[in-house]
Design a protein around this ligand. Structure first.
Ligand code: 26V
Length: 807
C-alpha cells in the first residue's frame, strides 16, 4: 500500500473509486483526502488490533486520560508523518497530478476543545503513542465542535462548526460496546441479605455509543485509542408502541433531549456557568468511560482489588471529576465492596490536573440541581463529604471556619476541586509557578494535610506536529546540522548551540523563516487584501481572547507607536506587522469588544499613508489548530503578556520558541521556565511579578486613574477609546474604558504599559541587528527540547501513573 509509489498509486485509485464512486477526473479534493485516509485506516487496522491484544495479553498497566476536550486539529498530515509515509504519498500523488497539501486542506479540523487545555490533551495523546505508553483518551464526540468565527464589520460572529457533515474517515463506531447511563429518578433503600442496597428507579436511560479514533505513534507500531462517546436514545428511533398510542411527539422529544448531550462543546473557557446540560455531559462520558474500563478489566482480571495496579485514570481539570463517585458507585453498589475498600481503590486509581486558578473558572454545582439529575451520585458525594469533614474535625477540632472552607459540600454547592483533591492520589499544576501558587495560596489548606499528593508537571507540546509537520523546512535544516537524534530525543536540540554563531547556519535559518513568512504573507494578501512587508517584524499574539491575557496591552502599544509615528513619520524603527488571532466566548462582552477594537485599529492604521507602511495590523479570522500551524513557523515575536500569576502555563509560548520566535513576556506560567533555560539574553521580560500583583490585590495601593492622569502617552491612548477617534457609535468602547479607569484596571494593563513599551523598543533594536536576532532565535530552538510533551509525558508516566512503555 505504502511500500512504493507504484503500489500507492494502484491502491489509491482503487480506494478512491470504492469510497467515492467516482473516477479520478470527477473526484474532488475531499474525495481524494478520504481515499488516502481510508488507506491509512486499512494500513493501521492490524497494528491497532495488535496493540490492544498485546496490552491485554501482557496485562500491562494502562492509563486513561479523561477530558471533556481534545483539540486534535487535522489528522491526515500528522498520521502520514508518524507512519513515515509523507514522502511516498506526496510523490505518488504528484505523479497523478495531485497536490497533497490540497488534500490536507480538505480535512475539517477536529476542533473539540476551547484552547490550551484541549490542545494539551491532544499533544499528550501523540506523545503517549509515540513513546509506546499504553494510554488512551476518553471524551465526548461533539456533533458540533468549537464555533467557527467570522469577522463581520469588525465584529465576531459565531457559526456552528459542522465538522462531521461529510463524514469522518478516522473514526470507527462500536455499537456493540455501547453502555447505558442513568439520569434523574429516585433512589430507594432496600434490605437484601442483611445489607442495605440502593435501587435507582424511574430514571431516564441514555445510550452511550463509542466512536474510536486511532492514535498512531511515531515510528513505532503503537496504535492507541481515543474513545469519544455519543449520546443516543435507548429505544428505536420510531418507537412503535408510543407511535401507535399517539405519543410520537413524546418519543421525538425524548430522542432530541438525549441527543442534546453530545450536541455541542461549551465555548466558555475559564468561565463556569452552572448549566445542567454541562453536568449531564460530564456524568455521561465519565460513567461511560468507567463502565467500559471496568468491563475490559474484568475480561482479564477477576477481582477489582488490584485495579490500581492495572489502571490509572487521569482527570483533565475538574470536568471529569465525577469519575470519583462513579467508580465508588460501581465498586460499592455493583461489586458489593465495603466503602473503605472501595475508597482505597478509588483514591489509588485517580489523579488530577488543575489548569487554572481563576476563581470564576472553579466548578461548583448547586446541590438541588445535582441531586435531581444524579440522585445516587449525590448520595455518594454526600458520604465522601461527611467522612472528609470528620477527618478534618479530628485534625482541627472546633475550627469550623477552616472545615467549612475545605468541605466538598458547603453553601448548598458541591466544590468539584475539593472533591478532586480528596478523591485522588496526585494533584498537579502545569508549570512551576502555577504549582507553587496552588500549594501556597489557592490550595494551601489541602497542601497542609496532603503534601505528598501535590506535584508539578510543566506542560509541553508535541514537536512532531508543531515542528516536523508545521515547519518541515526548519526540521530538515536541524537534521542536516545535528543529525536526526532530536526526533526521538528532543533534548538534542541543544546541539544547535554550537551553530548559534555560525554564519552559514544562521543564513539558512533566516531563509527558512523568510519562506515561512512568505506563505503567511500570501495568505493574508489573498484573504484580506492587505500588503505585508516581508522584512517587517512579525509580532504575533494568538490565543483565546481574555482580559487576563491582555490583548489590550498589545493594542495600547500599537496605538502608542502609531501616535509616535504621526508625530515623527521618520521614527527610526523596524517595520512591524502586528498579527492577532483569537476567539471570544460568545457571551463574554468585553472580549468581543476587544476584537472590534483591534479591527477598528487595523482599519485606521493599514490605510493611513502618512506612516508609510511602517506598521500594519492584521486580525486573522477563525484561529484554530490548522491556522496555528501556518502562523508559528512565520513568527518573529511571541507575545506572552498575561498579568503575572494568571496564566497557569501557556503552551503557545512553547510552539513559538520551537519555531525560532523570540518571546516578549511577563514572568508568568511557563515563561519563567523558558527564561531560565534561554537566559536573559534570549528573551524580553517586563512587568510586575506575581508577588507584586498579589501584594496589590491584598493590600491595595494601585490607582489606575492616577497613572492615567500622569502618563500623557497613556492618557492619549485611553482617551481615544471614547473621544471619537474611532469611527464607531459613542459608547462602543466605554466598557473597556470603564474597566480600566472606573474599576481600577484589574489586570494592571496601565501599570505594565511603560515597561512593556520600553521593552518593545529594546526588542526593535535587537531585531535590527540581524546577526544578534538570529542568534537569539537559534538559542530558543536549542532550548526547546525541555518543552516537548514527550518530556512531560515521561514524567507523568513515571511519577504519577506508574505506567511503562511496551517495547
Ligand atoms: C474551564 C471551564 C470552566 C467551566 C466552564 C467551561 C470551561 C471550559 C474550559 C475550561 C478550561 C480552562 C482552563 C484552561 O484551558 N487552562 C489552560 O490550560 C493550559 C494547559 O494546561 C495552560 O497552558 C493555560 O495556561 C491555561 O489557561
Amino acid at each position: 500500500m505504502f511500500q512504493d509509489k507504484r503500489a500507492f498509486k494502484n491502491d489509491f485509485l482503487a480506494k478512491l473509486q470504492a469510497m467515492s464512486g467516482k473516477s479520478l477526473e470527477e473526484s474532488t479534493a475531499f474525495d481524494k483526502y478520504m481515499a488516502v485516509g481510508g488507506m491509512i485506516r486499512d494500513y493501521i487496522s492490524k497494528k491497532w488490533v495488535k496493540t490492544n491484544d498485546r496490552y491485554l495479553e501482557e496485562d500491562v498497566k494502562q492509563v486513561y486520560y479523561f477530558s471533556l476536550e481534545f483539540l486534535l486539529g487535522r489528522l491526515l498530515g500528522s498520521n502520514l508523518l508518524n507512519l513515515g509515509f509523507t514522502e511516498v504519498c506526496r510523490e505518488s500523488l504528484v505523479e497523478l497530478g495531485i497536490d497533497l497539501n490540497e488534500l490536507e486542506n480538505a480535512e475539517a479540523d477536529a476542533g473539540l476543545g476551547n484552547g490550551g487545555l484541549g490542545r494539551l490533551a491532544a499533544c499528550f495523546l501523540d506523545s503517549m503513542a509515540s513513546l509506546g505508553i499504553p494510554g488512551h483518551g476518553c471524551g465526548i464526540r461533539y456533533r458540533y465542535g468549537f464555533f467557527e468565527q467570522r469577522i463581520v464589520d469588525g465584529y465576531q460572529v459565531e457559526l456552528p462548526d459542522n465538522w462531521l457533515r461529510d463524514g469522518n474517515v478516522w473514526e470507527v463506531r462500536k455499537p456493540d460496546k455501547a453502555v447505558e447511563i442513568r439520569f434523574y429518578g429516585v433512589v430507594r433503600e432496600e434490605i437484601s441479605k442483611a445489607k442495605t442496597v440502593f435501587v435507582h428507579e424511574n430514571y431516564e436511560s441514555v445510550l452511550a455509543v463509542p466512536y474510536d479514533t486511532p492514535v498512531i505513534g511515531y515510528g513505532n507500531n503503537t496504535v492507541n485509542t481515543l474513545r469519544l462517546w455519543s449520546a443516543e436514545a435507548v429505544q428505536a428511533d420510531f418507537d412503535l408502541s408510543s407511535f401507535s398510542h399517539g405519543n410520537y411527539q413524546k418519543a421525538m422529544e425524548y430522542k432530541y433531549s438525549v441527543e442534546a448531550i453530545s450536541q455541542i462543546l461549551y465555548p466558555d473557557d475559564n468561565h463556569y456557568k452552572g448549566r445542567e446540560l454541562r453536568l449531564k455531559q460530564q456524568y455521561f462520558f465519565v460513567s461511560a468511560g468507567i463502565q467500559s474500563i471496568i468491563r475490559r478489566y474484568k475480561k482479564k482480571n477477576g477481582s477489582l482489588r488490584q485495579l490500581p495496579e492495572k489502571v490509572a485514570i487521569h482527570v483533565n481539570d475538574t470536568h471529569p471529576v465525577l469519575a470519583i463517585p462513579e467508580l465508588m458507585r460501581i465498586l460499592v453498589d455493583e461489586e458489593e465492596m465495603s466503602w473503605d475498600e472501595a475508597w482505597e481503590i478509588t483514591t489509588a486509581t485517580i489523579s488530577y490536573t488543575n489548569h487554572t486558578i481563576l476563581s470564576e473558572a472553579m466548578e461548583k454545582w448547586s446541590t438541588d440541581l445535582f441531586k435531581n439529575l444524579l440522585p445516587r451520585i449525590y448520595m455518594i458525594v454526600y458520604e465522601i463529604n461527611e467522612r472528609f469533614c470528620r477527618e478534618l474535625w479530628d485534625k482541627y477540632p472546633g475550627d469550623w471556619d477552616r472545615i467549612a472552607s475545605m468541605a466538598i459540600i458547603s453553601d448548598d454547592h458541591i466544590k468539584m476541586a475539593h472533591l478532586a483533591i480528596a478523591g485522588s492520589y496526585s494533584i498537579n499544576g502545569v508549570a512551576r509557578i502555577h504549582t507553587d501558587i496552588l500549594k501556597r495560596q489557592e490550595m494551601k489548606n489541602f497542601f497542609f494535610i496532603y503534601p505528598h499528593k501535590f506535584n508539578n508537571k510543566t506542560n509541553g507540546v508535541t514537536h512532531r506536529r508543531w515542528l516536523m509537520k508545521a515547519n518541515p523546512e526548519l526540521a530538515a535544516l536541524i537534521t542536516e546540522t545535528i543529525g536526526n537524534g532530536w526526533i526521538d530525543n528532543p533534548a538534542e536540540f541543544i546541539e544547535l548551540l554550537k551553530y548559534a554563531d555560525d554564519p552559514s547556519f544562521k543564513e539558512q535559518a533566516a531563509n527558512v523563516k523568510k519562506r515561512n513568512k512568505t506563505v503567511l504573507v500570501k495568505m493574508i494578501k489573498d484573504k484580506y487584501s492587505i500588503d505585508i512587508d516581508l522584512e517587517s517584524i512579525f509580532d504575533v499574539q494568538v490565543k483565546r481572547l481574555h482580559a487576563y491575557k491582555r490583548q489590550l496591552l498589545n493594542v495600547f502599544h500599537i496605538m502608542d507607536l502609531y501616535n509616535r509615528l504621526l508625530e515623527t513619520p521618520d521614527l527610526d524603527i523596524a517595520p512591524r506587522t502586528f498579527i492577532f488571532g483569537a476567539k471570544a466566548a460568545p457571551s463574554y462582552f468585553q472580549a468581543k469588544t476587544t476584537i472590534k477594537l483591534i479591527n477598528c485599529l487595523a482599519e485606521i492604521i493599514n490605510k493611513d499613508k502618512r506612516i508609510m507602511d511602517k506598521i500594519k495590523v492584521v486580525f486573522l479570522e477563525n484561529y484554530r489548530v490548522s491556522l496555528a500551524e501556518m502562523i508559528f513557523p512565520a513568527a518573529d515575536v511571541s507575545e506572552q503578556i498575561s498579568t503575572a500569576g494568571k496564566e497557569a502555563s501557556g503552551t503557545g509560548n512553547m510552539k513559538f520558541m520551537l519555531n525560532g520566535a523570540v518571546t516578549i513576556g511577563t514572568m508568568d506560567g511557563a515563561n519563567i521556565e523558558i527564561f531560565e533555560k534561554v537566559g536573559p539574553a534570549n528573551i524580553f521580560t517586563f512587568g510586575l511579578t506575581a508577588e507584586e500583583v498579589m501584594d496589590y490585590y491584598r493590600s491595595g495601593g494601585y490607582n489606575s486613574h492616577e497613572l492615567y492622569q500622569n502618563d500623557h502617552r497613556l492618557k492619549a491612548i485611553i482617551d481615544s477609546l471614547v473621544n471619537g477617534f474611532f469611527p464607531v457609535s459613542a459608547g462602543e468602547f466605554i466598557n473597556i474604558y470603564n474597566s480600566l479607569i472606573m474599576h481600577n484596571d484589574e489586570f494592571f494593563v496601565l501599570k505594565d504599559f511603560a515597561a512593556y513599551a520600553d521593552t518593545q523598543m529594546k526588542l526593535d533594536k535587537a531585531f535590527r541587528d540581524k546577526g544578534k536576532w538570529l542568534g537569539m532565535s537559534i538559542n530558543n530552538i536549542a532550548y526547546a527540547g525541555t518543552f516537548s510533551s514527550d518530556r512531560t509525558i515521561r514524567e507523568y508516566a513515571k511519577e504519577i501513573w506508574g505506567v511503562r512503555p511496551l517495547v
